[in-house]
Write a protein that binds this ligand. Structure first.
Ligand code: HQG
Length: 180
């Protein structure tokens, strides 16, 4: 399977497992799971044929392990905009986590902290390299440090997604450190 096809299938899966399942008549359960057979038929009926082998390849090789298969079902591991409860256990975060963003958001972030915007959670990375890549999707990346240890001690809940992304509801400005 070539890289272009892999990316195309991955984007198609993200769109329908995170954001717009109804567009192809797909129903996700409360935890975001759907039957693989139902997904493949819905995609085919809507003009995008994916073989089971292609699906397995994308799930296994996806750069960020965005999708998880359990038995006959599949779901996106995080990043939803549709209402789902991923049912992830709360976990103790490392002392510092990182968030990649761009300069144009900094005034708002200084004033109100990090907010989930369209997603369900603020997404934080365990290392600066990952946060740099996340920020670089939008321009020249700016990496903020989050005092996750202090947040955790103050009672903020953190969860770790199946693909290693740290999730929390919001990060108040006092826990953020800005570069420079
Ligand atoms: C910014 C991708 C103004 C925030 C990535 C970010 C990640 C604010 C944007 C995952 C703000 C939201 C998540 C505030 C936050 N005022 N702007 N108060 N608080 N922002 O895409 O973290 O490819 O929802 O800095 O790799 O960029 O989807 O979040 O720039 O892992 O698997 O608002 O999405 O993964 O953008 O990215 P996003 P994100 P996938």
């Amino acid at each position: 399977m070539d890289e272009r096809r892999t990316v195309k299938v991955s984007k198609y899966l993200s769109k329908h497992l995170r954001h717009q399942p109804e567009r192809i008549g797909l129903v996700l359960d409360a935890q975001g799971w759907t039957e693989i057979d139902a997904l493949l038929s819905a995609a085919a009926e809507h003009g995008f044929r994916i073989t089971r082998a292609e699906l397995d390849h994308v799930v296994a090789t996806n750069d960020k392990k965005r999708f998880a298969i359990e038995g006959t079902r599949i779901r996106a591991s995080q990043g939803h905009t549709v209402e789902v409860d991923l049912d992830l256990p709360a976990a103790e975060p490392p002392a510092y986590l990182y968030h990649g963003t761009v300069a144009r958001f900094l005034d708002a972030i200084r004033a109100e902290g990090l907010r989930p915007m369209a997603r369900h959670h603020v997404h934080l990375s365990a290392d600066r390299e990952t946060a740099t890549r996340v920020g670089a999707r939008r321009g020249r990346p700016v990496v903020l440090s989050v005092d996750a240890g202090a947040m955790h001690r103050a009672g903020h809940v953190f969860r770790l997604s199946a693909n290693g992304v740290w999730l929390t509801d919001a990060v108040p400005p006092e826990y953020l450190r800005f570069p420079g």
